[in-house]
Design a protein around this ligand. Structure first.
Ligand code: GAR
Length: 210
């Protein structure tokens, strides 16, 4: 099996990265080849190092408002490592048209809501405020626009009467850890026509097991 070489972009603690790492094995169609963080103290970098995966910090701050200069550096690092597909895992920078176009149909993201509901930030508090009874997470192709690309898969969890944004976030995060490896395997699981078919096949999970 030819494994797809995945580059993971993170900004923070990296629990989704850990879930992707844990999914790797002989029958997994992807391998995490490099992890890149825009913050040098991102926990995800240590997770990568502990697993023997190359970890690179490319700090966005010295680039100021020049987003595409920052992204060109990430792009060059990915290409130098022959990356096939980029997975955003808690990467909290909005990507410009340059990067999204350069990696079109090879760039996926996980977002903590059932898109198209609640794109952007503070999704759990907004779901509670809206009185949602179901909430969850989505893995989607990244296109220009925030959290708007075609959906690859979703996992739903209930909103319980006593939920706070934190308790709901914890329940959704457990679902994320199931959904992201499954979606990545789905899109990496075939080449040529089979791969194209996989790209059109959405995955839906009820990720709630009381
Ligand atoms: C996850 O909940 C992920 O869905 C979210 O950030 C968290 C990262 O956690 N991503 C976004 O909000 C992107 N807009 P992690 O670092 O533990 O994976």
């Amino acid at each position: 099996m030819t494994k797809q070489r995945v580059g993971v972009l993170v900004s923070g603690r990296g629990s989704n990265l850990q879930a992707l790492m844990d999914a790797q094995g002989p029958f997994c169609p992807f391998e995490i080849a490099v992890v890149i963080a825009n913050l040098p103290d991102a926990g995800g970098l240590q997770i990568a190092r502990d697993a023997g995966v190359e970890a690179i910090a490319i700090d966005h701050r010295p680039f100021g408002k020049d987003r595409s200069a920052f992204e060109r550096e990430i792009d060059a690092a990915l290409r130098a490592r022959s990356i096939d597909l980029v997975a955003l895992a808690g990467f909290m920078r909005v990507l410009s048209a340059f990067f999204v176009t350069a990696w079109a149909q090879r760039l996926v993201n996980i977002h903590p809501s059932l898109l198209p509901a609640f794109p952007g930030l503070d999704t759990h508090a907004r779901a509670l405020a809206a009185g949602a009874k179901l909430h969850g997470c989505s893995v989607h192709w990244v296109t220009e626009g925030v959290d708007t690309g075609p959906i690859i898969g979703q996992a739903a969890v209930p909103v319980l009467p006593d939920d706070t944004p934190e308790s709901l976030a914890g329940r959704v995060l457990q679902a994320e850890h199931l959904l992201y490896p499954a979606c990545l395997a789905l899109v990496c699981g075939g080449e040529g026509a089979a791969g194209a078919a996989a790209r059109d096949t959405a995955l839906f999970m009820n990720a709630w097991a009381p």
